[in-house]
Design a protein around this ligand. Structure first.
Ligand SMILES: Cc1cc2nc3c(=O)[nH]c(=O)nc-3n(C[C@H](O)[C@H](O)[C@H](O)COP(=O)(O)OP(=O)(O)OC[C@H]3O[C@@H](n4cnc5c(N)ncnc54)[C@H](O)[C@@H]3O)c2cc1C
Length: 247
């Protein structure tokens, strides 16, 4: 099998600052919501590829990827220059275990993301799985500035569609914000503010958590949850927490 599938850019959207979404048509293998592929471009004659989570639900097209430009780094400053009709290369097969099929049964599903790690959770929320399997679903999106809270229309539409079942908790760490929690996710777990805002208790019996993004947030969140009697999920040793680090 060839290493890359050529895709065609359908649209490039700039949200705020260095945050972008890229829409791509590409003939890649089916994927599960929460998985990632690789996006690649030729840089000085060599293909440079990096993992990116699908934002679109598996049944939706075009494929969509939410990313932040990291100036001075090899790929993202080039990705953001792509325009409709340009080529971008994708891995033929998706990968990753941040999927609902890896989450044991429970009552409440918590999806905790920093920054661009919102993407895989939007893909999951675009499927029937979370709504059929869980009584309540909580999406927590932590960013530095309020303007970094992308995909608000999509989230509002999910709130309307799943009223009474879906809770969205924005967390803004870098400036005062009257509608969001302040500080970091792990601290908001430790001091009880996250549960108070969501109106749902975090407890081993009922809660299942998927945590994705900044590795410091992932590590500290797992630690905070361990203090509450929860642990990482393994197929041979079931737990409450599934994680994916973005770097
Ligand atoms: C499983 C997986 C899925 C990923 N999915 C996404 C995604 O959907 N969207 C996305 O933007 N990135 C995602 N990433 C990160 C992505 O693969 C690249 O590392 C990133 O886009 C930077 O690429 P680069 O070549 O410009 O810089 P690189 O040379 O790869 O720079 C890496 C450095 O940039 C920082 N960094 C990397 N990713 C981020 C990020 N998302 N936010 C803030 N700082 C970051 C870290 O300090 C890291 O050491 C994912 C990574 C993994 C492992």
């Amino acid at each position: 099998m060839s290493k890359w599938v050529e895709g065609t850019v359908v649209a490039q959207k700039r949200w705020a600052g260095l945050l972008y979404s890229l829409q791509v048509e590409a003939d890649v293998a089916p994927f599960q919501a929460g998985q990632f592929t690789k996006l690649a471009l030729a840089v000085d004659g060599e293909m440079v590829g990096r993992p990116y989570s699908f934002v679109n639900a598996p049944s939706a097209r075009p494929h969509e990827f939410y990313y932040v430009v990291l100036p001075e780094h090899p790929l993202t400053p080039r990705l953001c220059k792509l325009e409709a009709g340009d080529s971008v290369y994708l891995a033929p097969q998706a990968a990753g275990f941040l999927t609902l099929s890896e989450v044991p049964p429970g009552k409440h599903l918590w999806l905790l993301a920093t920054g661009t790690a919102l993407g895989p959770f939007l893909s999951i929320l675009g499927t029937e799985g979370p709504w059929q399997r869980f009584e309540r679903v909580v999406l927590v999106h932590a960013v530095r500035r309020a303007e970094d809270l992308s995909y608000t229309e999509q989230i509002q539409s999910l709130l309307a569609q799943h009223a009474g079942k879906f809770v969205f908790v924005p967390v803004v760490s870098g400036e005062p914000c009257d509608f969001a929690l302040g500080g970091r996710i792990p601290k908001a777990i430790e001091d009880g503010r996250l549960e108070a805002k969501a109106g749902i208790k975090l407890e081993a019996e009922a809660s299942r958590l998927m945590v994705c993004g900044n590795p410091a947030m992932v590590t500290d969140t797992v630690h905070a949850l361990e203090q509450r009697g929860m642990k990482k999920h393994r197929r041979r040793d079931p737990g409450q927490i599934s994680v994916e680090n973005y770097w």
